[in-house]
Design a protein. Structure first.
Length: 180
C-alpha cells in the first residue's frame, strides 16, 4: 500500500506537479544532458542512462525517507515533463533546511515556468514543515535562478553564503529564517 503522500499532486493555473516515477528516466536524462540546463552546476551533468537512473532513484528514495522531495513538472493536461522542482532535506551551517531545486528544459525558459513551480513548492513545503526553512543555493552569475528564488518568496541572506562543490553559493531563505 502506498503512503498517503505518494498520491499527492500540486497544481497551478498552468502546471501539474507529481512525484517522479521510473518512466521519467528519459526526461531526467534529456534535461541533465542539456549543457545549458547544467551550465551553472556542471557536476550535475549526466553522461548516460545509468547515471540518470541512479539520480532518479535517489529522488524517489528521498520521498520515501522524508515524505518530501522533487516533483516532475508538466503543463496541465499534457504529461510531457518540462523539468523538475522540489526540495531536498539537507544541512546548511549545521541546521536542517529544505533546499529548493529547479531545473527545466531550456525550451520553456523565459515563460515563468520555474517561478510558478518554485512558488507552489515553497508554499507547500512551508505549510507541510513550517519548522524547516526553505533555502535556495544560487551561483552568483545565475541571475535567472536568483530571480526565481525571489519570485518564490525567498530573500537574499549574504551572511549564509557558502563555498559549494562548483563554487560560491549565494543563499536565499524563506521568511522567518533566524540568521545564524
Amino acid at each position: 500500500m502506498k503512503p498517503e503522500w505518494a498520491n499527492e499532486e500540486l497544481r497551478t493555473a498552468r502546471l501539474a506537479l507529481r512525484h517522479p516515477v521510473a518512466s521519467d528516466l528519459e526526461a531526467v536524462l534529456r534535461i541533465h544532458q542539456t549543457p545549458e540546463a547544467v551550465a551553472h552546476n556542471p557536476s550535475d551533468a549526466i553522461e548516460d542512462q545509468a547515471g540518470a537512473g541512479r539520480l532518479l532513484q535517489r529522488w524517489i528514495d528521498h520521498w520515501r525517507r522524508h515524505a518530501v522531495g522533487y516533483w516532475a513538472v508538466s503543463w496541465r493536461g499534457d504529461p510531457s515533463v518540462l523539468g523538475f522542482c522540489g526540495i531536498k532535506v539537507m544541512s546548511l551551517h549545521d541546521r536542517p533546511v529544505a533546499n529548493l531545486f529547479y531545473r527545466f528544459d531550456p525550451c520553456v525558459w523565459g515563460r515563468g515556468v520555474a517561478s510558478e513551480a518554485a512558488s507552489v513548492v515553497v508554499d507547500w513545503a512551508l505549510a507541510r514543515s513550517p519548522a524547516l526553512p526553505v533555502i535556495a543555493r544560487v551561483r552568483p552569475d545565475n541571475v535567472a535562478s536568483a530571480r526565481v528564488a525571489i519570485k518564490a518568496g525567498l530573500n537574499r541572506a549574504e551572511a549564509l553564503d557558502t563555498l559549494g562543490e562548483d563554487g560560491l553559493d549565494q543563499i536565499f531563505v524563506s521568511p522567518g529564517w533566524q540568521q545564524i
